[in-house]
Design a protein around this ligand. Structure first.
Ligand SMILES: Nc1ncnc2c1ncn2[C@@H]1O[C@H](COP(=O)(O)OP(=O)(O)OP(=O)(O)O)[C@@H](O)[C@H]1O
Length: 228
């Protein structure tokens, strides 16, 4: 479970990015975070990754209080989180297989485990036949599938996606969303930041809307809304 208790963030320049945010995300939930530019969405994701510290308040992820986490635990903590970005961030000089395998090598996985898990993951994202392709030989949707495979290969408990379809057309965007939904059904908690109202409308998931650093609505699948 992810819990934010009265979380605020004021950047050095005096920008109030988050103002007294309270929210919880249960294990296995699928949540969209929407809101106009500058409303604090990326700041929130960066806090979950422990890249940005709150100015006040408490963040607890799977019973771990991030504010009290010793520095040496941070790399291990981050392995519980998978991250997907708008611009894919693949290694351009490595093929699809190597891009995914690399994430396993970094954590010291055995060659045997890599040889088992990478093909299985590529199958899941529908890229088995393109494992030797390089990123520039793939469509945007395919590149994002590789990025998703890489984010999932170490079996994170939570997948954070920051505008994962920002560079994709409507069809590819929905395909990526369906893939994220499948991943979620297998048990991973999924949090997606998006600007796309169409995606949010079609997916019928929980939607947290932010505005100027606050949560202005939190709408469940069933459709009820409450003000924070
Ligand atoms: N490193 C920083 N230093 C100072 N101010 C920052 C920093 N990062 C973000 N901000 C400010 O914090 C506020 C929230 O920014 P944030 O990036 O979280 O918004 P966002 O909702 O993700 O926006 P976008 O949709 O454009 O990505 C903005 O006013 C922004 O200018």
């Amino acid at each position: 479970m992810i819990e934010l208790w009265n979380v605020s963030k004021t950047y050095e320049a005096g920008n109030k990015a988050l103002r007294n945010i309270n929210m919880t995300v249960a294990d296995g939930e699928f949540v969209f975070i929407i809101g106009r530019s500058g409303s604090g969405k990326s700041t929130l994701l960066k806090m979950l990754l422990k890249e940005v510290e709150p100015t006040s308040g408490k963040i607890i992820v799977n019973d771990m209080n991030l504010g009290k986490m010793p520095r040496r635990f941070i790399p291990r903590y981050r392995r519980k989180l998978g991250m997907v970005f708008q611009d894919f961030r693949l290694l351009k000089d490595r093929n699809v297989y190597e891009n995914v395998a690399f994430a396993q090598r970094v954590i010291g996985a055995s060659t045997r485990s890599i040889k088992e898990s990478v093909p299985a993951m590529l199958k899941m994202v529908g890229l088995s036949s393109k494992y030797k392709f390089f990123p520039q030989q793939l469509s945007g949707g395919e590149q994002q599938r590789v990025a998703i495979a890489r984010a999932l290969i170490n079996k994170p408990e939570i997948l954070l996606a920051d505008e994962p379809t920002g560079n994709l057309d409507g069809h590819n965007s929905m395909e990526i969303m369906k893939l994220l939904e499948e991943i979620n059904k297998l048990g991973t908690t999924v949090i997606v930041v998006t600007h796309s109202q169409e995606i949010v409308d079609r997916m019928k998931k929980r939607v947290i809307m932010m505005d100027r650093g606050t949560i202005v609505s939190d709408e469940k699948k069933g459709g009820y809304t409450y003000e924070n």
